[in-house]
Design a binder for this molecule. Structure first.
Ligand code: GAL
Length: 764
């Protein structure tokens, strides 16, 4: 049986490398003691140069090899070493791995000095001059260095399961589990395979499920001849699993599949591999994406795995929080891990939450020389082998993001992915229309929307083969960078652009769905971003605080959403014209009040975004019945004056179109009103100057009840709102973190976007 030891504590780190540091007896006291995940350089929030994390550094870890490991197979795993790592075992270089985004192992079995101290040293090169993906030209994201995921050692019998790959075949009503195993059996032990399905309430591993009842169910026992013979072997077997519930986005049922190698004579369990698995059928067809034979529109965002200050180095809990934000706060059903595979803790959370994943090999536009390309093909192999048991992954990205056609290279990457995983289709993200399609799905970054035109192109304009499926993999992004502290119109227009694209994609029956650029703002290279090394393309900011655009997605979730795009402060706007205010909600209606007087009730059908269940709704009445009640106007006069006032409030006095001018003329001729009347009425009912403060209240109503209220009025006090993602820190594989999302808000909980005071957090 195998045991896993986490090796994340007590590493020594130096931000420069000297060959001498690899020697077991090197005096490493002067090196810094660190824990993994670790970044080679903590970075400022903004205005820093990408050269600061580019270095050749050294990590060292000393430990005692237990006597009990004698005769065992011992494998060391690095989950993420950015970007080229040479591993030394007791001073001897044992492997070099050249991808910062896939894991790799070192077989230590025949190198162990039982009962003695051993030293692992790593020469880690995080320079962007490396001749490996994604390097070679410019890149729109920072590529931070470090041992930024975990390191572990697994100790098992020498007869063992070297790999277990699970996939589902058959049909949704009659699914079968297919298992491919790779075994090592140096002594030719007479072994056979037993497979069990363990049902846990929420898909935790049996160890984590302590206390919850696990029901084991025998799936089958298998006696492939090949695995009994001395040496390495492969075998494949199938079991009927018609009794299981399928995994899907609304109900992501997971099971623990236990695959065991047993000694035929003693029935002793020689090795055991537990995999948390979900059975599902995922298929892109000509007309869209199907999950378990049901059509599902993919609505997702792209995600970078970076965080402020620590770059890539965040433990599991932060990864899980991102997945939870995507699924629960933003109501998405999918994420693209642009532009490289993300941590297993992130993808594992996607498995548990029911969030579909499109993952891809590292790269950004540039294709290098033959050695570089060979590494790209290796990256496909490593990615597929490493991640193929995650049910959430539905598509492999096997092209360098937005690269040119290269049929020879992409024939290889496609072949590799298909050979290693016959159950999944391939895609490859491009900005080229009608480019060579060697993949199963045409995946395209559609940046056509500019704020005034259609949200997306029709499929036939883009793909080179309309019989193949089509998926949009990016939109918006650089078309409209938006800061949390941009002016209100800008933040509003960002929201509307996201709504427009979602709406128009939803109107195209044969587009499988879309991923928007991007989940959160991120640090980037000097060639991109706003000059401060930040790309403000996020629906959230770098700290995962929402911009208004997030509401367009959030309405898809379970929480009640009510977002009003304006603070209602006229001075924020040119010529003090508030412009059109938009309401985003998933309620049945929204009642808008001014100083407790109902102005209007808005309904989903009022939204011009007809393909969205909850599209943004424009506020078009700031007056209501006030003129009848306050001025005792007759209905016709009240209506004409109201139109005039509403129009000028939204667009200004100087831009009245003929239709509104005609109403003005009517008011003057028929009701003998003067310009002075107009100014007085405007100031009284719309202008909001003087007198007591105006309070605009928006009540979201669901099933006849007010479920959420937004109140907009001049602030009197600043509050700090602090939202922790967890309140307990638990050390498991390594240290734990909690995120505190801090926002300055007024007494009504409205964000104060221009509050720019520093906040200190003082640990106890
Ligand atoms: C795409 C690219 C992304 C990001 C985005 C910005 O071309 O794939 O990485 O740079 O543009 O909109």
């Amino acid at each position: 049986m195998r045991t896993r030891y986490e090796l994340n504590d007590g590493w020594k780190f130096s931000d420069f490398f000297d060959e001498a540091m690899t020697a077991p007896d090197f005096d490493d006291q002067a090196m810094k003691t660190v824990r993994l995940p670790h970044t080679v350089r903590e970075t400022p929030f903004d205005y820093f140069d990408e050269s600061i994390y580019q270095m050749v550094s050294c990590y060292r870890k000393r430990f005692t090899v237990p006597e009990e490991w004698k005769g065992k197979k011992v494998v060391l795993t690095f989950e993420g070493a950015a970007h080229e790592a040479t591993v030394y075992w007791n001073g001897e270089a044992v492997t070099t791995h050249s991808c910062g985004y896939t894991s790799f192992t070192v077989d230590l079995t025949d190198r162990l000095n039982y009962g003695e101290d051993a030293v692992i040293a790593v020469r880690l090169d995080s320079r962007e001059s490396l001749n490996i993906p994604p390097f070679g030209f410019v890149i729109d994201y920072m590529t931070y260095g470090g041992l930024y995921r975990g390191v572990s050692i697994e100790v098992s019998d020498r007869t063992r399961l070297a790999d277990v790959f699970l996939r589902t075949e058959g049909t949704p009503v009659a699914p079968r589990l297919v298992t491919e195993i790779e075994t090592e059996n140096p002594d030719g032990r007479n072994v056979f395979v037993r497979q069990l399905l363990l049902e846990t309430s929420s898909g935790e591993s049996p160890e984590e499920a302590e206390g919850s009842v696990l029901t084991p169910r025998l799936l089958g026992t298998f006696y492939p001849d090949a695995i009994k013979r001395a040496g390495n072997a492969k075998a494949e077997f199938r079991c009927d699993v018609s009794h299981i519930r399928l995994w899907d986005v609304d109900r992501p049922d997971l099971y623990m599949i236990r695959t065991e190698l047993l000694d035929a004579a003693s029935l002793e369990v020689v090795d055991r591999v537990d995999i948390r698995y979900g059975f599902r059928f995922a298929e892109f067809r000509t007309d869209g994406f199907y999950l378990n034979d049901k059509k599902l529109r993919i609505v997702g965002l792209d995600r970078h795995q970076s965080y402020p200050y620590v770059g890539y180095a965040m433990p599991a809990s932060a990864q899980e929080t991102d997945a939870a934000i995507l699924k629960n706060e933003l109501g998405l059903n999918a994420v693209r891990t642009s532009h490289y595979p993300n941590a297993h803790s992130f993808i594992g959370a996607c498995d548990r939450l029911g969030l579909l994943v499109f993952t891809e090999i590292p790269g950004w536009q540039h294709i290098g020389d033959d050695a570089w390309k060979a590494q790209a093909v290796r990256n496909v192999e490593e990615m597929v082998r490493e991640y193929r048991n995650h049910p959430s992954i539905i598509l492999w990205g096997v092209r360098i993001n937005e690269s040119q056609d290269d049929d020879a290279l992409y024939a290889k990457t496609n072949e590799t992915a298909h050979r290693l995983d016959p159950s999944r289709q391939t895609g490859g993200v491009r900005f080229l229309k009608k480019s060579h399609l060697l993949e199963d799905v045409y995946t395209y970054n559609d940046f056509v929307h500019n704020g005034t035109n259609a949200g997306c192109e029709p499929k036939k304009n883009v793909t080179s083969d309309v019989s193949k499926p089509y998926l949009i993999t990016e939109y918006n992004g650089h078309m409209f960078p938006t800061k949390t502290f941009d002016d209100e119109e800008h933040r509003r227009d960002h929201l509307l652009r996201h709504a427009r694209v979602l709406n128009d994609v939803a109107g195209e029956e044969d587009i499988a769905g879309s991923f928007g650029w991007v989940f959160a703002d991120y640090n980037t290279h000097r060639d991109f971003g706003s000059g401060d090394r930040i790309c403000y393309h996020g629906v959230l900011d770098m700290f995962r605080n929402a911009k208004p655009a997030a509401s367009v997605y959030a309405v898809r979730g379970k929480e009640n959403v009510l977002e009003v795009s304006s603070s209602m402060d006229i001075g924020e706007h040119p010529a003090s014209n508030r412009g059109v205010v938009w309401i985003v909600t998933n309620a049945d209606s929204v009642r808008m009040y001014k100083n407790d007087r109902l102005l209007k009730e808005y309904f989903p059908k009022d939204s011009p975004y007809k393909n969205l269940a909850h599209g943004p709704i424009a506020v078009d009445d700031l007056v209501g019945d006030a003129l009848i009640e306050g001025e005792h106007f007759k209905p016709a006069q009240a209506a004409a004056v109201k139109d005039l006032m509403n129009y000028s409030a939204l667009y200004g006095w100087d831009k009245l179109p003929p239709k509104i001018m005609a109403k003005a003329a009517k008011c003057m001729a028929l009701y003998h009103m003067t310009m002075a009347d107009a100014v007085r009425l405007y100031n009284k009912y719309v202008g909001d100057w003087g007198g007591s403060a105006t309070v605009y209240r928006f009540d979201a109503v669901k099933d006849g009840k007010v479920v959420k209220t937004v109140r907009k009025c001049p602030f009197t006090k600043v509050f700090l709102e602090v939202r922790p993602d967890r309140t307990d820190l638990v050390e498991r594989e390594t240290y734990d973190v909690a995120s505190l999302r801090i926002r300055a808000v007024d007494e009504n909980g409205n964000l104060l976007p221009y509050f720019n005071e520093p906040v200190s957090v003082i640990p106890e």
